[in-house]
Design a protein around this ligand. Structure first.
Ligand code: ATP
Ligand code: MG
Length: 319
């Protein structure tokens, strides 16, 4: 009880000319009201595909082959186009890395914002009032509404995208690498803004990032993905206290640390080709602890302590 979003055994594949890409494999999690979940992993680990699947908008040639995405008990994967259109943006919304995915650079912000709201049933006057209110809520001056997106800075555009994403009070906001394209100072401002709106509007956030440090700084819970699978999933504090998966540890060790001499260690090798994933544990070719069992048998995600899940044959012993 008390969960706004429940994802059950989600599988997504891309059917390409050169083979089937196993992009998201058996992902399950639950999101509480107001929670910030960070989904962390290297490039190609399936983070964006997961985000699209949660919105039931996986692009071709991708297909959700299995699973449920329950938002307030309703499975988004069973909704018809028209019902989905209503839900997207109003009950679950997304902020992309590149705000031009949301915003047409050549149309005034106010026109796009009010049009979005009117598509969700607001009349023109109300739409204008809501657009003004949320523009202010994300710390932008009202004149930004009269601008064209191409006249705005990266940070301003991302604020507009966030304003639109929260303007219909969705239960869940997904942010896919929302600060990756921004410089460090603006990154912090945007993350602070996301924290503020999360507290003020009590919406739940799914923050998608390749940056474990950002996840540990900002999130309540962290889900680590590799090769389309969940490797480890826990409350942030539990994860910091008792990090189990060798991949999570490798991510942590690859972070630069204050006062550290020399370069941080990094994980050798490359992420797997998901058209032809490795046998057994998808991480075994890069894992410093891999043994025969890891090549042969895929580890299940098991609860090693309350709310702390790990998919590793040796998670119990890699202390
Ligand atoms: P990044 O950090 O680079 O954004 P990601 O974790 O978001 O990576 P995805 O974009 O979800 O990863 O990709 C997961 C897998 O699916 C990768 O192997 C990728 O090559 C593949 N993939 C993604 N989009 C498509 C597509 N449109 N067609 C075919 N394969 C795709
Ligand atoms: Mg991505």
């Amino acid at each position: 009880a008390g969960h706004v979003l429940e994802v059950e055994d989600l599988w997504v594949k891309y059917y390409t000319m050169s083979g089937v890409v196993h992009a998201v494999s058996g992902v399950s999690f639950k999101l509480r009201r107001g929670e910030m979940l960070a989904v962390v992993g290297e490039s190609g680990s399936g983070k964006s595909t997961l985000a699209y699947a949660l919105m039931n908008m996986v692009p071709k040639p991708g297909k959700i082959v299995r699973g449920r995405v329950l938002l307030g008990g309703v499975d988004l994967l069973t909704l018809m186009t028209e019902e989905l259109r209503k839900v997207r943006g109003s009950r679950i919304s997304i902020v992309f890395q590149d705000p031009f995915t949301t915003l047409d650079p050549l149309r005034r912000v106010v026109d796009q914002f009010t049009e979005f709201l009117m598509e969700h049933g607001l009349d023109k006057a109300t739409a204008l009032r809501v657009a003004r209110e949320y523009t202010e809520a994300v710390g932008l001056p009202e004149r930004v509404l009269e601008s064209y997106p191409h006249q705005l800075s990266g940070g301003q555009k991302q604020r507009v995208a966030i304003a639109m994403a929260i303007s219909l009070s969705p239960e869940v906001v997904i942010a896919d690498e929302p600060t990756t394209a921004l410089d460090v100072i603006v990154q912090k401002q945007i993350m602070d803004l996301i924290d503020d709106v999360r507290r003020k509007y009590k919406s739940s956030f799914i923050l998608i990032t390749h940056d474990l440090a950002l996840a540990l700084e900002r999130a309540d819970t962290v889900m680590v993905m590799y090769g389309g699978y969940v490797m480890e999933y826990a409350d942030k504090s539990e994860l910091v206290r008792d990090m189990r998966h060798p991949y999570t540890r490798a991510l942590l060790e690859s972070l630069p640390r204050l006062g550290q001499r020399g370069l941080p260690s990094f994980l050798p090798g490359y992420p797997p080709d998901l058209r032809n994933p490795p046998s057994g544990c998808v991480f075994h070719p890069r894992c410093p602890l891999a043994r025969e069992k890891c090549r042969a048998e895929q580890p299940q995600l098991v609860e090693v302590s309350k709310g702390h899940y790990v998919a590793c044959h040796y998670a119990g012993v890699v202390k």
